[in-house]
Design a protein around this ligand. Structure first.
Ligand code: SF4
Length: 551
């Protein structure tokens, strides 16, 4: 101890240099590509210190982490050794509790960490005398009592935490001054980054590790790599004896509600999009589903900004209330808005206006949509479609690939086993992504009520001039070509779905609050798309439009 202790000074670089030269080939640094780890990698690499750098590739890391890994080895021209779990361990785990079984109990979670991290770590540390880590005291209460140099008796090695006394500002200043590459998730509210399914952004005031295994309300927030008694691999008895874990393995965790599960899945999908694509956009119609998507995107990345540009295809036949709401929402969330204009496509002769009493622009907005996707070079377009809306929508995958012409072939869709979404595409292709595909109309309304999401007043009862056609009440507007025999009258209505004024029918309703709307939907025997004229043109109207590049 004394000899090693003498090599350690207040200067992390000096300490690393002393250790590396005194114990050649026996010093290894484990990186998980956090801010602190990047500082240490920078110190080791610039000085060309003979210290091995390794990482544990759990197979469940964020796409952003893999990108950073790549850019780090390229910037410093170094090797970072990867230690992966054994395929057999993963197969057995999945067969036993499923791919996401770690959400079900502490024991399952620790077993997943054991096979994906602890077992590979043992291999990585074989022959190592001094293990360098990026731990800092202020990261969590559990880390605040550590000393810079610790003896790990069980594994016969020393652990050295060169940045233990650094505060976050010192780390950030170093990163900035030395232009060290870092994980962009840090800018989106992730101070501590581990595996994607087990890490979320933190709120202002939460401690840095609050976003790790957040569902384990009061547990120690450690995966066992730095287990407090110095042993690398706790056995199952030790796990269940760990008094810092409030929910013991024998007690069920507080169960997630249906809305919690739907929200969690959608947020996971949105984060996958941010990780897998370069220029993702969110298609915004001003309807309740796209408003819900924006709310989910906010939650997925808060306290960071929503990392998607909003795209609105302006048909020129919109409800003015929807446009007004759109502009306010853009200001409120401070997001970028791009507009594709159907009128411009018509004026340029690329789209042809329909004739008739209800000249819908719904079909021809595909032209503007595809033009806008091309102009923005968007590789992923997030939409608010749901499977319960319509049978063509029910056929779509969560990640639905469009060819270079924007076309969709329902027979050529990718399997989506468990929750693995494949975003690999060729040049010019793009992916439509449907994060709320598994929600029902009722789920959306209950979620809007639970989260207190603001909506345009079109969704609530109001008095409006309407025209009855085939039992449906169509709003009277400058875009509808009235005939002398048409009988216009005022009625108390609201809209269940909001599209163009020429193709969206209202329903007679007195519902003025979310709870009244929810009750109305529970009692309803028709689907919301039943009030869309554009869907009624043929049995396969939606599928035909989708094959041609529609939303
Ligand atoms: S952090 Fe989550 S996904 Fe990663 S090894 Fe642990 S339980 Fe498994």
């Amino acid at each position: 101890m004394d000899k090693i202790q003498e090599l350690i000074t207040e200067n992390p670089l000096e300490s690393l240099r002393n250790l590396a030269t005194s114990y050649p080939g026996q010093v290894a640094f484990s990186t998980s590509f956090g801010l602190e780890d990047q500082v240490i990698t920078d110190l080791i690499s610039k000085e060309k210190l003979p210290i091995r750098i390794f990482t544990l590739d759990t197979g469940r890391l964020f796409g952003e982490t893999y990108k950073l890994w790549q850019s780090t080895i390229e910037k410093y021209s170094i090797e970072i050794e990867a230690f992966a779990p054994k395929a057999e361990d993963i197969q057995n785990y999945i067969a036993s509790v499923g791919p996401n079984g770690f959400y079900d109990s502490i024991e399952n979670r620790k077993e997943c960490c054991r096979i994906r991290k602890l077992v590979p770590l043992q291999r990585a540390l074989s022959g190592v005398k001094i293990w360098i880590t990026g731990i800092r005291s202020e990261q969590s209460p559990e880390r605040s009592h550590l000393t810079q140099l610790e003896k790990d008796e069980a594994n016969r090695l020393w652990k050295f935490h060169p940045l233990l006394a650094w505060d976050l500002k010192m780390v950030e200043d170093y990163i900035k001054t030395n232009q060290v590459p870092y994980n962009i998730l840090h800018d989106q509210g992730y101070p501590s980054i581990g595996c994607a399914p087990c890490t979320r952004a933190v709120q202002a005031g939460e401690d840095a590790r609050a976003g790790r295994w957040w569902w384990e309300a009061d547990s120690a927030k450690e995966c066992g790599l730095h287990w407090k008694d110095g042993k690398l691999i706790p056995n199952k008895k030790e796990i269940s004896d760990d008094k810092s874990i409030i929910h013991s393995a024998n007690k069920p965790l507080p169960s997630m509600t249906r809305l919690d599960q739907l929200e969690s899945e959608s947020i996971y999908i949105l984060r996958e999009v941010a990780a897998q694509f370069n220029r993702p956009v969110l298609l915004f119609s001003g309807g309740k589903d796209s408003i819900t998507l924006v709310h989910l995107a906010k939650k997925a990345f808060e306290p960071g900004k929503i990392p998607f540009t909003l795209v609105h295809i302006d048909t020129g036949h919109n409800f003015p209330e929807a446009l007004e709401f759109r502009d306010e929402l853009v200001k409120q969330f401070d997001v970028k808005l791009e507009i594709g204009s159907v009128q411009e496509s018509i004026d340029a002769g690329r789209a042809v206006e329909e004739k008739g009493k209800f000249p819908s622009r719904n079909g021809i907005q595909t032209v503007s949509l595809l033009e806008t996707i091309t102009r923005l070079k968007a590789d992923a377009c997030i939409g608010g479609a749901r499977r319960d809306e319509e049978k063509a929508r029910a056929k779509e995958r969560i990640f639905s690939v469009r060819d270079v012409f924007g076309g969709w072939d329902p027979r050529l869709q990718r399997p989506e086993l468990w929750n693995l979404y494949n975003g690999k595409i060729h040049n010019g292709e793009n992916v439509r992504v449907f994060p709320i595909s598994n929600w029902t109309e009722l789920d959306v309304w209950e979620y809007i009520e639970r989260e207190n999401i603001k909506l345009p007043n079109l969704y609530f009862t109001h008095t409006r001039d309407v025209l009855r056609v085939d039992g449906h009440l169509f709003p009277v507007s400058e875009f509808v070509n009235l005939e002398p025999s048409d009988k216009v009258f005022s009625a108390k209505v609201r809209f269940r779905t909001v599209g163009d004024m020429t193709c969206t029918a209202a329903v007679e309703s007195e519902a003025n609050s979310l709870s009244e709307i929810i009750q109305e939907i529970r009692d309803s025997r028709t689907t919301e798309r039943g009030s869309r004229l554009d869907d009624k043109r043929s049995e396969a109207a939606m599928e035909e439009r989708k094959r041609g590049g529609y939303f």
